[in-house]
Design a binder for this molecule. Structure first.
Ligand code: ACO
Length: 330
């Protein structure tokens, strides 16, 4: 395990949208949202704030925490399903913003699993030996993809960004461990944005029926999320020879508190060892694991030697998990 996280960062927009704010917009109420999802509030980006702006804040924090300079970064991966535009990529916009002149940059699309996919792609490239450092960012302006008239989806999502700097440090103990990724394209229509791409470009009709926004079969997504994250968690523990009690912290994608609780109970992890911040941010898709990881680091919940599991699930469907041992800070 010679690839390590040297630093993390995160950013959440200033504006807080509470459940009570949503009560004024759609037919819902605070109690329903809290009991069904565990969400109390979420952050919403300003109209002039795009995904690359959120990503840039998180990236700067992560680079500072890593002790490296922007010029030291070889690879920038931005996982997002809400890019600033089709091209240039959000990653190249971030590269320019942070002055990472020696990096190559690209976006990665795996919806809510994007940050985890990004870690594994970066790790594989660093393992190859041609590159030495990578900046992996999950960043989303989900508020730009949501139909604000659909109470079934608009209550779930929020905006934000999380980032991590990875590097090859064979002299250190711990680091990124086994990873397991999966996808099932046959279930794509259960969670999708039907229009706005090359299949159905934006037309007046698309704008009228909001088909350029998120559509979801909530209960189906719920079931598949629990099944696949549980299976992945058990598979990884068996592969590593770890028991659930060995895990100091599980950092799952923050979709819904009930999903997290169902997985926790099935895998057999103590309640205190699952990181939860969905109450404050809602579902920030590809950003959620990065934000949670950064909060865990900065609040002192992750200590050198701690065994950690990351778990993700998202549209596609895509899913995955990764084990790591937190290493000594730079
Ligand atoms: N406020 C009040 N009532 C609502 C709301 C709302 N915001 N939304 C739906 N309802 C109503 C429905 O209309 C329905 O009413 P009816 O019984 O009169 O028809 C009732 O509440 C129950 O609706 P369900 O959809 O069955 O509610 P459920 O318990 O499944 O909860 C939820 C819905 C929260 C979306 C849940 O299915 C869920 O969290 N699914 C996972 C989805 C998810 O996390 N997606 C994120 C992307 S993927 C990922 O990140 C993993």
């Amino acid at each position: 395990m010679s690839i390590h996280i040297l630093g993390t960062g995160s950013y959440a927009p200033e504006h807080v949208m509470t459940n009570h704010d949503l009560e004024k917009m759609v037919d819902t109420n605070d109690e329903w949202i809290r009991t069904r999802t565990g969400i109390s509030e979420r952050r919403i980006a300003a109209p002039d704030e795009a995904t690359s702006d959120l990503a840039t804040h998180a990236a700067r924090e992560a680079i500072e925490a890593s002790g490296l300079k922007p010029e030291d970064i070889d690879i920038i991966l931005v996982a997002t399903c809400s890019p600033d535009m089709f091209f240039p990529s959000t990653a190249t916009l971030v590269q320019e913003n942070i002055g990472a002149k020696n990096a190559f940059s690209m976006d990665l699309g795996a919806a809510c699993s994007g940050f985890l996919y990004g870690l594994e792609v970066a790790r594989s490239m660093l393992d190859g030996g041609r590159y030495h450092t990578a900046l992996v960012i999950g960043a989303e302006k989900m508020s730009s993809l949501v139909n604000w008239e659909d109470r079934g989806t608009c209550i779930l999502f929020g905006d934000g960004a999380g980032a991590a700097v990875l590097a090859f440090r064979p002299e250190r103990a711990g680091g990124l461990g086994p990873c397991n990724l999966g996808s099932d394209g046959g279930l794509g229509d259960l969670l999708m944005i039907p229009a706005g791409g090359s299949r159905i470009p934006v037309t007046e009709q698309v704008l009228k029926d909001h088909s350029n926004c998120i559509t979801m079969s909530g209960q189906e997504v719920f079931k598949h999320a629990v099944t696949n994250m549980t299976k992945t968690a058990k598979h990884l523990l068996a592969e590593a020879g770890w028991s659930p009690d060995d895990l100091s912290l599980v950092i799952p994608h923050q979709a819904n508190r009930r999903i997290l609780e169902a997985i926790r109970a099935r895998v057999g992890v103590p309640e205190d060892n699952v990181f939860v911040n969905v109450d404050r941010y809602g579902n920030t898709s590809a950003a959620s694991i990065g934000i949670a990881l950064d909060e865990a680091v900065r609040s002192g919940r992750l200590k050198p030697g701690n065994k950690v599991m990351l778990l993700a699930f998202g549209a596609g469907f895509t899913w995955g998990g990764m084990l790591l041992e937190w290493s000594t800070p730079a």
